[in-house]
Design a binder for this molecule. Structure first.
Ligand code: HEM
Length: 380
């Protein structure tokens, strides 16, 4: 989504607010002009636009984006869980997740330590270029038992998102995996690819297509989201040294610290869905086929759901973020992403007990559809 030539706002009639309990918000339509998500500067700081949408345009059709925007927590949550918005996609089911998780955890721990140790002793390091951008792809490559050199190709595919193809695996990824699957069938090892080749689900062995499909999802599905989320997680903790110290001494706090970062700074702040039938929301009927932009980034900062929502607070008593979606489409790999984040943070803290920002450095998150700081300069 480019911001270069778009106007900063356009006139429209706001739809009435949704039926969610939002009494006490600023009155609807106190602003006559819809603040545009395409305006210059919004990729850097979308929060004023999110606030204006929540307060004055809780359900509105944005002509430029060609989508209905939902910005309040309760509405975004309801839409994400609403079966009328889009069919379910295939993700790794629970049976596969039980196979995958232990091996992925071991690989993520190993990989995170290898990456972290390479940085120790250096004067200054960019944790994005040398750590967070690599960890998800490299951990999946290691878990599957693929050669380390493949990590660079996989990382590039994750970054460009070029492998998402409806109905099948991209030929390039298929080409990378097929010879390994053939070899593991003949000579199984202890890696995840061998485990998938030997797995029986409901009494049935997995076909080559099923094995490459699962391995491909593991390698590229969500790798970029995980890398971005890890960058924001590290930035939030480095920005709050007292909370970082607590997490260092009490690693049991890491899951809450990760969840809080996903609430405050989700890596995919906009999830697009399509209505499969006409849907009535807050007195407005969206036609079948209407595109709905669920603004997860706005929902996570909704003051009607979260007290002092801009604050990063690992002791928040009102969690429940929407970064992984909700309902039937809830991200099937939420636990896997959390594993990578936990192993990554633990490895960095083990190897670099004095980890802190480089002097004068401030992280600058950017991006509307894919959001995180692209540079994290630290002193190891
Ligand atoms: C921090 C990292 C991640 C975030 C924030 C994230 C976020 C999301 C969100 C918001 C959805 C729901 C989309 C919707 O409602 O239409 C989703 C679905 C999905 N995610 Fe993730 N994801 C992450 C990591 C991963 C990873 C690592 C994988 C694969 C190994 C993955 C695979 C999937 C799949 C297959 C779906 C589709 C589920 C369905 O529609 O039924 N995700 N993810």
């Amino acid at each position: 989504m480019s911001t270069s030539s778009a106007p900063s706002g356009h006139r429209l009639s706001p739809a009435p607010p949704s039926s969610s309990p939002n009494a006490g918000r600023a009155g609807a339509a106190s602003r006559a002009v819809l603040p545009s998500l395409l305006a210059p500067g919004v990729e850097r700081d979308p929060y004023p636009v999110y606030r204006a949408l929540r307060e004055d345009f809780p359900l509105v059709h944005d002509e430029l984006l060609g989508a209905w925007l939902l910005s309040r927590y309760a509405d975004v949550r309801a839409a994400l869980g609403d079966v009328r918005f889009g069919p379910a996609a295939d993700g790794p089911g629970p049976a596969y997740r039980r196979l995958i998780e232990p091996l992925l955890r071991a690989a993520a721990e190993r990989t995170a330590h290898v990456l972290a140790r390479r940085l120790a002793g250096r004067r200054e390091v960019d944790l994005v270029a040398e750590f967070s951008a690599w960890l998800p792809a490299a951990a999946a490559v290691a878990a599957l038992g693929l050669p380390w050199e493949d990590a660079a190709r996989v990382r590039e595919w994750c970054r460009t998102g070029g492998l998402a193809r409806p109905g099948g695996l991209h030929p390039e990824l298929n080409g990378l995996l097929r010879p390994h699957v053939t070899r593991r069938r003949a000579h199984p090892g202890a890696d995840l690819l061998s485990v998938l080749c030997g797995a029986r689900v409901d009494g049935q062995a997995l076909s080559n297509e099923a094995v490459t499909g699962l391995a491909g999802t593991l390698l590229t599905g969500g790798g970029e989201a995980t890398a971005l989320a890890l960058a924001s997680f590290l930035a939030n903790l480095l920005d709050h040294p007292a909370q970082l110290d607590l997490v260092r001494t009490r690693p049991g706090l890491i899951p809450a610290a990760w969840a809080e970062s996903l609430r405050r700074d989700p890596p995919t702040p906009v999830v697009l869905r399509r209505a499969s039938v006409p849907v009535s929301l807050g007195g407005t009927t969206l036609p079948a086929g209407a595109v709905v932009a669920c603004l997860i980034g706005s929902a996570g900062r909704d003051p009607f759901r979260f007290a002092d929502p801009d604050r990063y607070d690992i002791f928040r008593t009102d969690p429940a973020h929407l970064a992984f979606g909700a309902g039937r489409h809830f991200c099937p790999a939420a636990t896997l992403a959390g594993l990578a984040a936990e192993c990554g943070l633990r490895a960095l803290l083990d190897v670099m007990p004095g980890l802190r920002w480089a002097p004068g450095f401030r992280p600058a998150p950017q991006g509307l559809m894919a959001r995180a700081p692209r540079l994290l300069l630290v002193r190891p």
